[in-house]
Design a protein. Structure first.
Length: 800
């Protein structure tokens, strides 16, 4: 109840931290008046020999500022608080600035965790929703393209600062609002990520995608402009790529060394393999050990694939790689990967049977343990299947692909999620790479969330709880007295750590169902002091500012842990009984809060693809060389395309990627798969308007939608055809007039069946009240609150 000095590392300058409490804390202490009396008694007994500050912090638009049940403490709103403070001569109102100016910090705290105000006191609510993963990936890719464009612009003598950083306005009025940087800044507002779980309001989500998509588009156009200025077209080669390092931040020097590269290509009909030559300004051409992987035939005989190799970006500023057709040498079928450092064995029973690094066991059966928790049951993988890697040719690497299904029994039948894992081990790197495709089951969505704090306006299946597409449980335990340590790197380039010593403060926190106290600018690691495991993300596929929630277990004084990249755990919140309190606040906040619900429903029916780096290491902190490698894996080298098939007209990798997606879409449209109507169709009322939302059909592409609507009293329908969106706003309607809406999918001239119609009456959205949500509170807790409140009133009467 006084200011503190706050540090996140010993060598960082301190900040003044002004502690605050919220409504749940007041309930823990029964009421504001009861808390004031407790603190006053401690002052009179000499236990506190200073002033104290009760800093109550809540959103200004929270309904609890208004009175509802006046006789019940904490329910009288701001009026109650004013009366209570004015009641006592030893209490007065103040401003945080005034109090901190006259009351210097009382002590210093060192908090190594990256805390946040979401669930589990971390990044759970902000970072782990499926929509947050997609939004952050757009943001990360806009930053990645900006850094690449800046690096190329310096080489080309171009000034692209207006597009990338400063905005296209006169110098005297420069604000940068139309630059990629400023669009990224707008996209970073909390509104677009939000504490709301399992999703944010659909309109906010749509705006987040639009703003961050615009930021990426501006940056990629700038990258393309700079690449065209440097392009040197060549003939007599299938592809001619120039690789250059991507800086890890604006103006930073790039990390040099060997980095993994994965380049998209489309091979002409008849070409089944490739060879590659590499050269730099410092060395002549030499044969590059390159592999052709992920071959996917296109209908016209061509093949989309990826070329993977290790690029040496050490002494030279760039590496020129020329790719030509070659004789095919089919890849062998493997169940075991091994090089000089690592050994990985696979099986149908456990997927990854064992993982060994320099003779140390990192993974045992159960190391790879994907699951989905639905309702009250956790469903795990039903065995694994080896998938042949058809059409691949290897030179310098080995690969294994596994597939598994996770069947779920639900009240509406069985639904299954499908996971595909592709493990790649290079001959010359002590790291394992995993490409993951998580195709989640699609269960019927019939529920909405509309309460005092959330008006989310999309249909969901709220029985989804947890998703773990690639849970990793390393064999790296530690004694609780010398706990496991988490290493992390933030976006200021600072590497730091924190210990999993929560149980030393409260034994009830020895085991934690979920914690995400690590901002992850590319990687996170966990070590027991002797060995550690670093897990890295790749911004080109999927990224998050906190991509890897964790779970802690302690048994007989021994700690074990699990990592859940791009998934979301759930369970019990942290226990704070060591601070006193009656426990009622925690129960009520769990019932009322819009930020503490499971994130699982946001993954229903979604497909995620991401790439991981698994890098075991010896010791405590990851070696600097490994940290640099993880940074290069996060921000892979940029590429100038000097030569490619002419129909692509590509100068960057992003253009080749989009060309491949367009070709695959064209093939899918030509395949004439059955056309399904949209699902989860919902009509939401607004003032003088209706907002329609839906999910696109899961199977087969669409070219647009047809929407029809009419007043309930009309016989004739009005119609509109729109692009392939997932929301539509119809304005100019009369409030209170019942309307009917329906929608169907389009693919060219083909139409699906109509979705079930949705009635809706336009009008302003109504709020839910506090009293209307009291039914969420368990009866025993509600009884304790009422008894405590009555006791508080009696105490105030006799002590006041």
């Amino acid at each position: 109840y006084n200011p503190l000095w706050f540090r996140s590392r010993e060598d960082q300058p301190p900040l003044i931290l002004l502690p605050c409490i919220a409504a749940g804390d007041l309930i823990e202490q029964v009421s504001l008046e009861n808390l004031m009396l407790d603190l006053r008694q401690k002052q009179l007994r000499g236990e506190i020999q200073s002033d104290v500050l009760i800093h109550l912090n809540e959103d200004a638009d929270l309904e609890t500022w208004l009175p509802s049940i006046r006789w019940l403490p904490n329910m009288g709103g701001l009026e109650e608080f004013i009366q209570v403070v004015n009641k006592y001569p030893w209490a007065e109102f103040t401003l945080p600035s005034e109090y901190s100016a006259s009351h210097p910090p009382k002590a210093e705290v060192l908090v190594r965790q990256d805390l946040a105000d979401g669930g589990f006191d971390g990044n759970y609510s902000w970072a782990e929703k499926c929509a947050s993963l997609r939004a952050w990936t757009l943001l990360e890719q806009s930053r990645l393209a900006s850094y690449r464009a800046s690096a190329l612009a310096r080489r080309a003598g171009l000034n692209l600062d207006a597009a990338l950083w400063n905005g296209k306005v006169p110098e005297a009025q420069r604000s940068g609002m139309d630059s990629s940087f400023f669009q990224r800044l707008i996209g970073l507002t909390t509104t677009h990520f939000g504490m709301s779980t399992p999703i944010i309001n659909e309109e906010r989500q749509d705006k987040a995608y639009a703003i961050l998509g615009r930021a990426r588009e501006i940056a990629e156009n700038a990258e393309k402009q700079a690449a065209r200025a440097l392009r040197q077209p060549t003939a007599a080669t299938l592809y001619d790529f120039e690789l250059y390092p991507t800086p890890t931040s604006r103006g930073a020097a790039h990390a040099q060394g060997h980095v993994p590269v994965s380049l998209p290509v489309v091979l002409p009909a008849g070409v089944k393999a490739i060879c590659a030559d590499a050269s730099t300004t410092l060395s002549a051409g030499r044969r590059l050990r390159a592999s052709l992987v992920d071959a996917d035939p296109l209908p016209d005989g061509r093949t989309s694939a990826r070329v993977r190799f290790i690029a040496d970006l050490g002494a030279a500023d760039s590496l020129r790689v020329k790719i030509q057709p070659s004789a095919a040498s089919p890849a062998p079928f493997l169940k075991h990967l091994k090089n000089n450092w690592m050994e990985a064995a696979f099986s149908e029973a456990n997927g990854l049977e064992s993982l060994i690094f320099d003779g140390e066991v990192i993974g045992q059966p159960g190391f790879l343990d994907p699951f989905v928790t639905y309702d009250k049951q956790t469903f795990r993988a039903a065995g694994y299947e080896f998938v042949p890697l058809a059409g691949e040719t290897w030179d310098g690497l080995q690969r294994v692909r596994l597939k598994t299904t996770i069947p779920m029994q639900t009240p509406e039948g069985e639904f299954a999620s499908e996971m595909v894992y592709t493990f790649t081990l290079f001959d010359d790197l002590p790291h394992l790479f995993v490409d993951v495709e998580a195709r989640y089951a699609c269960t019927p969505k019939r529920q909405v969330i509309h309460n005092m704090t959330q008006k989310l306006r999309r249909l969901m299946d709220l029985r989804w709880v947890e998703t773990a597409p690639c849970q990793l449980t390393p064999a790296l335990g530690a004694p609780a007295e010398k706990p496991l340590r988490v290493w992390k790197r933030n976006y200021m380039g600072i590497t730091s750590f924190y210990d999993l010593n929560y149980g030393q403060f409260n034994p009830k926190n020895r085991s934690l169902d979920s914690f995400n106290h690590q901002v992850t600018a590319g990687w996170v690691a966990v070590s027991n002091g002797k060995m550690g495991l670093l897990v890295g993300e790749n911004a080109a596929t999927l990224a998050s500012m906190a991509f890897c929630p964790m779970r802690l277990r302690e048994k007989d004084g021994q700690q074990t842990f699990a990592l859940n990249p791009f998934g979301s755990y759930y369970g019990k919140q942290f226990d704070y009984s060591h601070l006193g309190g009656n426990g009622n606040g925690a129960v009520i906040m769990q019932a009322f809060s819009g930020a503490l619900a499971p994130n699982g429903p946001s993954f229903n029916g979604e497909t995620l693809r991401f790439s991981l780096l698994l890098a075991p290491y010896a010791g405590d902190e990851p070696p600097q060389e490994l940290q640099d490698f993880a940074a290069a894996h996060f921000y892979a080298p940029g590429v100038i395309v000097h030569a490619a098939p002419p129909e692509m007209d590509a100068v960057t990798i992003a253009e080749i990627e989009r060309f491949i997606v367009a070709e695959q879409r064209r093939a899918a449209l030509a395949a004439a798969a059955p056309l399904q109507p949209p699902s989860a169709f919902l009509a939401n009322p607004s003032a003088g308007a209706v907002d329609l939302v839906w999910d696109a059909p899961r199977e087969g592409p669409v070219t647009g939608y047809e929407i029809q609507w009419r007043a309930a009293t009309d016989a004739a329908w009005q119609a509109a055809r729109i692009e392939p969106l997932t929301r539509w706003h119809k304005n100019g309607l009369t409030d209170g007039q019942p309307m009917q809406f329906k929608i169907r999918s389009l693919r060219g001239e083909a139409c699906s069946d109509w979705s079930p119609g949705q009635p809706c009456a336009p009008g302003a959205v109504t709020d839910s009240s506090v009293t209307g949500m009291l039914g969420r509170i368990p009866p025993w807790t509600l009884a304790k609150v009422i008894v405590g409140s009555l006791w508080s009133l009696l105490r105030a009467k006799f002590q006041g």
